[in-house]
Every structure is written in C-alpha cells, then in structure tokens.
Unconditional design. Structure first.
Length: 288
C-alpha cells in the first residue's frame, strides 16, 4: 500500500523506524525485532539505508520482513555517494520486490568526503526527479522543524524545501525535535509557502544521556528547559532516564495530536520495548 493513501483519511497514524545491522550475520536479530514491532500495528515501518549507503544491501531483506509481518514498508534511499547506475539498480530491486514507498534523501556527508562536479548527485531533489520520472513509487522526503544544519537561515531552508516538494514529494517526515512549538511554527511557515503535502512528526524517545549529543547534531534541534531538567535529574540513572524519556515522548505525541498533528513517526532505535510502552500509553488515544 502507498503511504500517501494511508495518510489520506485524516486518521491518527503511528509508524516506526528500524535500521539494518552492520553485519549480515546479525540480520536474523533485526528480523526478530521486526516480528515484535509489527504486533503493535504500526501504520507503516521505515528502514534506513545505512550510513553512506554502507548497509544498502540489507534494505530489501528488511523491507520484505516488514511486508511478511503484514505492514507496509518505507525504504530509505540516499544518493550523495551513489552513482546513477547504483540508484537505478536499487530502484529495480525495490520494484521487483513489491516495495512501493521510498524516503528520498541526500544522505549525511561522510567524514573526509569531498564533493566533485563529476559525481551524479549533490541534492535530494535530484534523486526525487529520477524516482518521479520512473513512476510507480510513493515518494517521501525529510524536513527540519528548526532548519537544516547547512542552511543559512529559515527563509533559505523553507525555499529549498518548497523546491524539493515541487519535484514530486507525496509527504514529508520531520527530523526529531523536542519542543512542539517549533513544529507548530514550522507548520505555519509551510502553509504560507504552500507546502501542502502531509507532514509526519518524527519523535525520538531519548532513553539514555549519551543519545542526546548525537541527536542534536543530526537534527539541529534545541532542548526546552523541561527536557534539560529531566536530563539533569535522571541522566545518571539509566532506568529512570529511560522511563522519563518514554513518558516525555508519549506526552509530546499527545500534545501533537491535540493540536491536529495526526501522523507520528517514532525513531525506535530497534527497541521493541520502547515502541510497546509508547503504544500502550497511546492506546485509547489512537482509537479515539
């Protein structure tokens, strides 16, 4: 099923992200994680492409495991370090395996990577153009509620996002954020610029103090005072921090839903217990 159709009915949806293992021998463990997560009836599940495409070969395997569990898969696809030939090959593989949904991304810049005029891709919109011209896929893209780390300012960032959407995106998924007011402001700016595709809110449950530095680097997000206080009080107590992080994420989602954000994507970090606790905390709200 195409995700644009899942999002069309304006009902509440909660989806999960999983990531592939770094080694083929651990693929079975990831499949067990998926078996546990599909029990919570997510609207769909996304599978990342791996840093710099390093685990791209596992994406289809995991997408097939998601489909086997009766859930719609969304395959990430990054382009920065790929050739046009490689992208065409991956698209052929996804199509042959019945994967209909792609999250089209530039990808993070690897350490010591130097861009060149000879490379096939520099921006996500170039990948979107190719996928849209090919046809048959539902295409999603990423957005940053608090501005992309490489953008000069919010105005430039929204303009680039508008261009990316106009290339043929069906929906957007946000990077993680911890202050819902930032998303509400972002939503208003998108509406002003006529960025009218559905925006899925990406939520990261922070369950240990070590996560937070990397999370901020990736998403360019800020931390509200409330969350800083949680870190100060519980950061040195792993069990307490995990519980507080799950509760904070659940409360974030409830507030989003109360303010008309019906589509939530949880960055689960391959932790079925975290997904389960959040879903239990939302059980009656989702069914409302």
């Amino acid at each position: 099923m195409k995700i644009k159709d899942i999002l069309q009915n304006n009902k509440v949806t909660v989806s999960f992200e999983v990531f592939p293992p770094k080694e083929w021998a651990k693929l079975a463990d990831t499949k067990k994680v998926i078996e546990q997560m599909v029990r919570f009836n997510p609207a769909f599940m996304s599978v990342t492409y791996g840093a710099s495409g390093t685990t791209s070969g596992y994406t289809t395997e995991i997408a097939n495991a998601i489909m086997k569990g009766g859930v719609t898969p969304l395959s990430h696809l990054t382009c920065l370090t790929s050739s046009r030939e490689k992208i065409d090959s991956v698209l052929d593989e996804l199509e042959d395996n019945g994967v209909e949904n792609i999250l089209a991304l530039r990808g993070d810049i690897p350490k010591d990577f130097v861009e060149s005029k000879g490379q096939d891709f520099h921006h996500a919109y170039e990948l979107i153009d190719i996928i849209r011209a090919r046809g048959g896929f539902c295409i999603g893209g990423a957005c940053y509620p608090e501005t992309h780390p490489e953008s000069k300012n919010r105005v430039e960032d929204i303009a680039m996002l508008k261009h990316k959407v106009d290339c043929g995106l069906d929906f957007l998924t946000t990077q993680m954020f911890f202050d819902n007011e930032k998303l509400y402001e972002f939503r208003e700016m998108c509406a002003i610029k006529e960025i009218n595709v559905p925006i899925i809110a990406g939520i990261m449950p922070i369950t240990n103090a070590a996560q937070i530095k990397r999370s901020i680097e990736l998403s360019n997000c800020s931390l509200p005072k409330k969350f800083e206080k949680i870190m100060e009080r519980f950061g040195d107590n792993p069990d307490a921090m995990k519980q507080a992080g799950i509760i904070y994420a659940t409360e974030q989602i409830i507030d989003l839903m109360a303010n008309g954000i019906n589509n939530i994507h949880i960055y689960t970090m391959n932790k079925p217990d975290i997904a389960e606790k959040i879903m239990k905390g939302l059980s009656s709200i989702i069914d409302e």
